[in-house]
Design a protein around this ligand. Sequence first.
Ligand code: FAD
Length: 620
Amino acid sequence: MCRYTNSSCLSPTVGAVPELFSSALQFFAAAQCLLTEDWPPDTIVSDKSRFDFIIIGAGTCGSIVANRLSEIKNWNILLLEAGGLPPVESNIIALDQQLIGSKYDWNYITENDRRSSQGFVNGTVIWPRGKMLGGSGGINGMIYFKGNDFDFQRWYDAGNKEWHPKIVRYFYKKLESLQDASQLRNPFIRRNYGLNGNLIINSLNSSNEHLIESVINSFDEISFRRNCDISALNAFGSGKFKINGSNGRRVSTAKAYLNTIKKRKNLKIVTNAFVTKILIDSVTKTTEGVEVEVQGQKKTFYANLEVILSAGTINTPQILMISGIGPEDQLSSKGISCKVDSPMVGKNLQDHAIVPVTVYGDKPKKKKSEAERNFDIIRYLYNRSGPLAYISSPGIAALYTDDPNLPYPKFQSFLILYEKNTSSVREAFEKRGYKQSVVNSISKLNTNHALYHFAITLLHPHSKGYIRLRSNNPKDPPLIYTNYFSDPRDLRSCVRGVKMLTKITRTTYFKSINGFLGRINLEPCNDYELDSAEYWKCICLNLVTTVYHPVGTCKMGVEPKTSVVSSRLKVYGVAKLRIIDASVMPNEISGNTNAACAMIGERGAAIVKEDYSKEKQYSI
Ligand SMILES: Cc1cc2nc3c(=O)[nH]c(=O)nc-3n(C[C@H](O)[C@H](O)[C@H](O)COP(=O)(O)OP(=O)(O)OC[C@H]3O[C@@H](n4cnc5c(N)ncnc54)[C@H](O)[C@@H]3O)c2cc1C
């Protein structure tokens, strides 16, 4: 142990005081070990082993599917995950941004379409995806929104009979465990959620309650009416959202569904297992198993009943195409023999695109001292409280529309707040990949003003992108074409959504802090009058990026020409292969996608069980 000689302090010492403090510091340094999670043990599985089901990807959906299928004791399940165990940072709620760009991220970058997102370096946008047990649910912002009955009605009306809004509600409740005591006391909120599911849903307090109230009042003044439960199904208006967290720690579906069943002998989990191909008999068009690289070693595993793809919106279509299922012309151009010509694989890519609206004001001014910041860390180590236990944003959002006849919101705006003169502004916008002129103009105004960054999302884009293979090497990242705002209706809508929000500068609170809209310096937009429709059209088109909700690249539907899987999630044209992840969504939903993915995991697993008569068919 290090002995302090007290060379830097003024008072002499007999040693007792330095000893006292150093032992406290050592105690807190050691306390970080208590933050690690007790993940399920990794298994070594011999080459050529057989299982009943093989699940590819232990993300939001795959973790749930593995749990539910292994409830059937005589089914043997193998869950393969390309990433490893989540790092400790994934556990700490406020560090949700820290894993982006790390080895726990697939680090995808979109292609430059020379039209949208030109305010980014190289005209490309960073698209993170989680690579670990828990998948994107281990890297995400933990924000909980369920969407709108209308979203699922659209799925149902398109012929997907297993996804009626009533069925969707049932499966949401099955997965949920609402924990916040004050919300549970409110019968209107209580009845919106399940109480006994695996996934914890909580409200958060924040260190900035007073300010949060002021911003919600401002939302209310511009007709985004205050709502005490905006995470609920069919919500409109503004308020605090709920998150998947408990006791200062993230609750991913891996934590909620895999950590709780470590003793099950019929589930084997292998991490660092990168699936390179699904094996399909080219004559019978039947799935046989998978080829995998486990810690660099090639192995083959076989499936008696099914292979289930839960590798997410980008990797699922890539794996399908590498394995010979996809648009024939594309496969042959990459030297892949086509086993099933499935033209929609990789198409119908939809994302929640966001644009930044930067409002500045005199408050909050207060910057924490170094001592206060360090004390916050100790508070977290001591009892999981303080800012590290909160998400990195103030936790408020608004769901709104420009058309009062619509039963669902068209826009979501959520707030990210920066105190005056903080280096975090530059860091955050640079990390996103914005060009220097953009970053400089946003951070320059922050030198003397607090920044209220209202990120605005277009919830139901008409524009559709696609994913293509870069090569036939599974390790080459696929090409991602976002096509943001390629449908002119989206740009027009987005401008209207932004204009509705910028009225916030004229509300009581923002007037009281001399709030104003900041001009963003981007060459093609500089001649337009600030806050004019032309200005926003230019800003939206050039600064549009992802809020990380891509869906739809293997959409479900009634026939193989226009969809990839059936309503029961079976891949058209090949036996014993299913997809259960975000890629099957036919359309985006009216909110963040993780909850809907968890619902798909629950519903998808129930459909599999129904098909083998292991569970009663769920009917409405
Ligand atoms: C940075 C970020 C922030 C987000 N914030 C929110 C939020 O706050 N709220 C919200 O609702 N949603 C959020 N989302 C979106 C949400 O997390 C996703 O919609 C959801 O996790 C998708 O679930 P999934 O099961 O389809 O895919 P994933 O959870 O991504 O799981 C796919 C899994 O498959 C694995 N895999 C892929 N390829 C292979 C292979 N070849 N072999 C083996 N394994 C493979 C991956 O490593 C991964 O673990 C966010 C997403 C990101 C990336």
